[in-house]
Design a protein around this ligand. Structure first.
Ligand SMILES: Cc1cc2nc3c(=O)[nH]c(=O)nc-3n(C[C@H](O)[C@H](O)[C@H](O)COP(=O)(O)O)c2cc1C
Length: 408
């Protein structure tokens, strides 16, 4: 087992136990109120044996995760923590969550669900979103932690931040937006969730199933855990089967992107000068050489990118191929916040385009053609001048991560 640290909202450190092979399909386990990741130990064990990679996360303020000085434990911050962790995982996991973790998962997945997760399993999570019931769940955070009484396993400030009304309001109407295979597991003797509430919730999910675990009130912590594991593994095998992922026209875009990501590329920054003399640019790995005579190249630019209208209209543009030391430049020209050119050494090239200093190569181009390409346009450039640095290694990009050349 490995202990792995992820970054949550505003960089807060979130700790997880991880078991299973890296290539196995992932399952992310989120504990409930008044628990830590330790509650999942036998579930994690069973799932690992069933061929899954299992990540059991401590929510902020719980167990080994950071108890932030600023005491930010509002619900939305925890939702952003989960979205941040999901974005850091190499593949989309099945999210399995109980009570408080379940609410966090529902809120985190009511946007972009298919980009972040492959499915959702809720266990014993009150889903009529009645503030009264939710307060009872919150009360659990007051109870002494087991198995080590007296030694706090979660931050007492969590209780003060717990606001049942705002959580209830946040979750109203979320179910129909969770476009994922989903399973709701309810202890048949649960005092927190009635069969009717669970069934009503499942009815609103686009693709939901309900199971009841006999003779159990709270499934995760009960000795009926083997029954729960059986349901979980059955659901995973049916709805998130092991084996090669497959994309077909019309299925989810993330799988298509993952398939395209198997093609290793270099990384470029495409730049141009606006009519008012302001430089613009964005990171692009869709660069391709097109023709030697005449000398042509292309890049594909998302129509929705902020730079798109300028690049489409520019008579001249440059393609700067990045070297291994320019990973920060790549991030800067793909990110939202920074002033991209203020932090990057550059100069105006001979043909008036912004040339990033120290690039592996820079191609100054005249616009030759612009072709439509779905949600992108294909910008073809006629190369006017190319400069290159023969002694640096390229920055590479493969399966969504930066890489470097590795010669055996
Ligand atoms: C490695 C990498 C490759 C990218 N390739 C492209 C690309 O080929 N075309 C594109 O339009 N966006 C691509 N992007 C995304 C843009 O860089 C990103 O959306 C950027 O924020 C757009 O900036 P803008 O909205 O200011 O134009 C890539 C991002 C990364 C990190």
């Amino acid at each position: 087992m490995a202990v792995v640290a992820y970054r949550g909202f505003a960089g807060v450190r979130l700790e997880a136990d991880v078991v299973g092979a890296e290539d196995d399909p992932a399952v992310l386990l989120l504990h409930g109120a008044g628990q830590t990741r330790a509650v999942w130990s036998s579930v994690a064990d069973a799932l690992e044996k069933a061929g899954r990679r299992v990540i059991a996360l401590d929510l902020r303020g719980h167990g080994g995760s950071e108890w932030p000085d600023d005491g930010r434990y509002d619900f939305e911050t925890m939702v952003e923590d989960l979205r941040a962790v999901l974005a850091q995982l190499g593949s989309r996991p099945m999210v399995v969550a109980s009570t408080l973790g379940g609410w966090i998962a529902v809120a985190a997945l009511d946007r972009d669900a298919a980009l972040l997760a492959s499915g959702l399993v809720l266990i014993d999570t009150p889903v009529n979103f009645d503030a009264q019931v939710m307060r009872r769940v919150g009360e659990r955070m007051r109870e002494p932690a087991s198995p080590a009484p007296g030694q706090a396993q979660w931050d007492a400030r969590l209780f003060d931040a717990f606001d049942a009304d705002s959580i209830a309001a946040r979750l109203q109407g979320a179910a129909p937006r969770i476009a994922l295979p989903a399973l709701y597991a309810r202890g048949a003797m649960s005092e927190l969730v009635s069969t009717a509430d669970a069934a009503a919730f499942v009815g609103q999910l686009p693709d939901g199933e309900l199971v009841e675990v006999a003779d159990a009130s709270l499934v995760v912590t009960e000795d009926r855990i083997d029954a729960l594991n059986g349901h979980l593994i059955d659901f995973l095998e049916r709805r998130a089967p092991r084996g090669s992922p497959e994309y077909r026209a019309g299925s989810d875009a993330r799988t298509f992107r993952d398939a395209l990501g198997c093609f290793a590329t270099g990384v470029t920054v495409v730049t141009a000068m606006c009519p008012d003399g302001t430089p613009i640019g964005l990171t692009a790995n869709s660069f391709t050489s097109v023709s030697l005579d005449p000398p042509l190249l292309l890049v594909c630019i998302a129509k929705g990118a902020g730079s798109a209208p300028y690049l489409r209209g520019a008579d001249r543009f440059a393609v700067n191929v990045l070297q291994i030391g320019q990973q920060p430049t790549s991030n800067r020209f793909a990110g939202k916040d920074e002033d991209r050119f203020a932090a990057t050494p550059w100069e105006v090239g001979e043909f008036g385009t912004p040339v990033l200093s120290g690039s592996l190569s820079s191609f100054e181009c005249a616009r030759e053609a612009v072709h439509d390409g779905g949600d992108h346009f294909i910008l073809v450039g006629r190369v006017l001048k190319a400069i290159f640095e023969p002694r640096r290694d390229p920055l590479l990009y493969f399966r969504g991560k930066y890489r470097k050349l590795h010669f055996a």
